[in-house]
Write a protein that binds this ligand. Structure first.
Ligand SMILES: Cc1ncc(COP(=O)(O)O)c(C=O)c1O
Length: 391
């Protein structure tokens, strides 16, 4: 069988078939440990040890099936799954950085990642410099001693877009490890390994899981050395996902392509609708031709996704009223699920910043972030329209 297309791989790659059973989907192995030594003649090996499965903090057949399916979509040689996106981020960075090392990151990062870089790593003697997305895109990089460059492909909440093609080329020339958190793009809209990224990270809690019912993280990479170090760090930190969690992520991957096509379509339609509304001051969506990052987005993304931010004409009161009057999107912070979710970043995802810091970063009280689900776009637009009419 020739499996090449994204959806064919999403459905079939990595599945764990046991001929004696004749199962058609990967079973859930809720085993903490496995028979050892195992003298069976037909052994399925643990990728992490190249030997029989031994203990589920090392490796688990269901988790491995998810990893194998994910890596076929991410186009990497290796994958390692974690108990959350933060588990993936912390284990990956800690597996590479040692006390005295220095790394560079963009200054708009997922809040907990920002905390990890600015507080935790600093307390371990690891220096993290931060620059703006625009400076990173222009390669305004002042020093030559960075071990890692860490970026998010579409940072939250203003949906800027990183020029991974350009940054990847720079990292290859300078021998810097490029780590990309591509959560907002998903492996359907972007495979950063094609642009020279060394390690790709996802909060699988979002588009990969796709149903707002799990926490999971995953990384993909080609380099054997990084893979082995990351596996060792997962083992040490104990940030391994549970088999059931991994099964739901494995199942989520099967429909990732179909869901992303719909997220991309709905995202575009809703961004265009919002842009045309007199009640809206500004819309941030990578796919809008009027947007600052449109050309970079065109060059780096196969689709623009379902994440949109916009500023209402008004302040916090109007924002609250608008959200309260919506019937479909639920007010909640996560993203990437089949259901639309909406939030005011100043009150939730970015509430730990001071008002001054938020103002400087453009995260005003009237900024609203919408994770567009897979509902019918006509229903979503009608709902947005009636709620806008009431403010
Ligand atoms: C871009 C990004 N990276 C990482 C994370 C952390 O993922 P998790 O919540 O699965 O730990 C999040 C969570 O929202 C995120 O948005």
């Amino acid at each position: 069988m020739s499996i090449k297309g994204f959806n064919s791989k999403a459905v079939h790659a990595g599945d764990l078939y046991i001929p004696e059973i004749g199962n058609v989907t990967t079973p859930i192995f809720e085993d903490s440990t496995y028979k050892y030594p195992n003298s069976s003649e037909t052994i399925i090996t643990d990728n992490t040890s190249k030997s029989t499965f031994l203990y589920s903090r090392w490796g688990n057949p269901t988790v491995q099936s998810f990893e194998n399916k994910y890596k076929s979509l991410e186009k990497t040689n290796h994958a390692v799954a974690f108990s959350s996106g933060m588990g993936a981020i912390t284990a990956t960075v800690l597996s590479i950085m040692k006390s005295g090392d220095r790394m560079l990151a963009i200054n708009v990062l997922y809040g907990q990642t920002y905390y990890f870089f600015a507080r935790t790593l600093k307390s371990y003697g690891i220096d993290v410099d931060m620059i703006s997305v625009d400076d990173m895109n222009k390669l305004k990089i002042q020093r030559n001693d960075y071990k890692i460059i860490y970026i998010e492909s579409i940072p939250n909440p203003l949906m800027d877009v990183l020029d991974i093609k350009k940054i990847g080329k720079y990292c290859r020339e300078k021998n810097i490890i490029l780590i990309v958190d591509a959560t907002f793009a998903s492996p359907f809209n972007q495979t950063p390994v094609d642009f020279g990224a060394d390690i790709i990270i996802h909060s699988g809690t979002k588009y990969i899981g796709g149903h707002s019912d799990i926490l999971i993280g995953v990384i993909g990479c080609n380099n054997d050395g990084y893979y082995n170090s990351i596996v060792d760090m997962r083992k040490t930190l104990g940030a391994t996902p549970d088999a059931f969690q991994a099964y739901l992520a494995y199942r989520g991957l099967k429909t990732l392509g179909l869901r992303m096509e719909r997220h991309n379509l709905n995202g575009m339609k809703i961004a265009e609708f919002l842009e045309s509304s007199k009640k809206i001051q500004e819309v941030f969506y990578p796919g809008l031709k009027s947007g600052k990052y449109y050309e970079i987005a065109e060059d780096n993304l196969k689709g623009f996704g379902g994440m949109i931010s916009f500023k209402l004409k008004g302040g916090i009161e109007e924002s609250h009223k608008f959200i309260k009057n919506l019937e479909i999107p639920m007010p909640a912070v996560s993203l990437g699920g089949v259901e639309s979710l909406i939030t005011i970043p100043a009150e939730t995802t970015h509430s730990e910043m001071t008002e001054e810091e938020r103002e400087k970063s453009g995260i005003t009280d009237n900024l609203i972030r919408l994770s567009v689900g897979i509902e019918d776009s006509e229903d979503l637009i009608n709902d947005l329209m009636q709620a806008l009419d009431k403010i």
